[in-house]
Design a binder for this molecule. Structure first.
Ligand SMILES: Nc1ncnc2c1ncn2[C@@H]1O[C@H](COP(=O)(O)OP(=O)(O)OP(=O)(O)O)[C@@H](O)[C@H]1O
Ligand SMILES: [Mg+2]
Length: 224
């Protein structure tokens, strides 16, 4: 990872493609370089019903970090129903404010050299009536690391996401190919097809490895 990188936005081709795992691996990678680093999950849905229990994503990001921070900055919006964020917010009688997320991000920036922000679902997931996850990355002024979950259909999902990133004026820092299945047919060819079409560095090809820790994955990521 470039030593002057102050923040990174981890986006995915979809929900459940490995954003948390890879964000945690990036955090571990940056920490291993001797920099202070903290993770942020601005909006999480599907959290435990108990008001104090951390949602799984927040727990994984915090476990990899080497700086502690208040939960309300790391995870300003926390919803229990496992539904799209703007709908979960409406069910809770709330509206997600990107300004509030920016303020929390600003607090985290004061605590650590680098803040790694995990997105929500895919890039165009709405956060409120007017704004989506791409707007969040734009407002935080962050380059994007795209996690491509390797499964059938991922070429289309990846290229659509890259096109949307370009259209919205976001910078693609690099991408990670993340195996979601033990043996995807023609995986190398799929990665090669994406490599040919994505004009940003391929930072890692991560194998299917359910037990791999963030530290182990960190060693496999070749950050630019
Ligand atoms: N390379 C891999 N090998 C094995 N299992 C994986 C791999 N990558 C992700 N998984 C598993 O897939 C699931 C989804 O991963 P993860 O939670 O990181 O996705 P996500 O994109 O952060 O999802 P969300 O949109 O809910 O935040 C988890 O159970 C995770 O352990
Ligand atoms: Mg996640």
């Amino acid at each position: 990872m470039a030593s002057d990188l102050t923040g990174l936005f981890v986006a995915g081709t979809d929900t459940g493609v490995g954003k948390t795992r890879i964000a945690a691996a990036c955090i571990a990678h940056i920490a291993a370089q001797g920099r202070t680093v903290v993770g942020m999950k601005p909006v999480a849905s599907g959290c435990p019903a108990s008001g104090t229990a951390l949602c799984d994503d927040v727990r994984q990001l915090a476990a990899a970090a080497n700086v502690g921070a208040p939960q309300e900055w790391i995870n300003p919006y926390r919803f229990v129903p496992p539904v799209a964020p703007h709908l979960a917010a409406a069910m809770a009688g709330q509206t997600i404010s990107l300004k509030h997320i920016r303020d929390c991000y600003g607090q985290l920036q004061k605590l650590a050299d680098t803040v790694v922000v995990e997105g929500v679902g895919g890039l165009l997931v709405p956060l409120n009536d007017r704004e989506d996850t791409a707007d969040l990355a734009l407002q935080l002024k962050l380059p994007v690391l795209l996690v491509v979950g390797l499964r059938l259909g991922c070429i289309n999902h990846a290229l659509l996401t890259v096109a949307a990133l370009q259209q919205r004026g976001l910078r693609l820092y690099g991408w990670v190919a993340n195996a979601l299945e033990p043996a995807m047919p023609l995986q190398d060819d799929v990665v090669a097809a994406l490599r040919q079409r994505i004009a940003a560095p391929l930072l890692a090809v991560l194998p299917y490895a359910p037990q791999a820790s963030a530290t182990e994955l960190a060693e496999r990521i070749r950050l630019a």
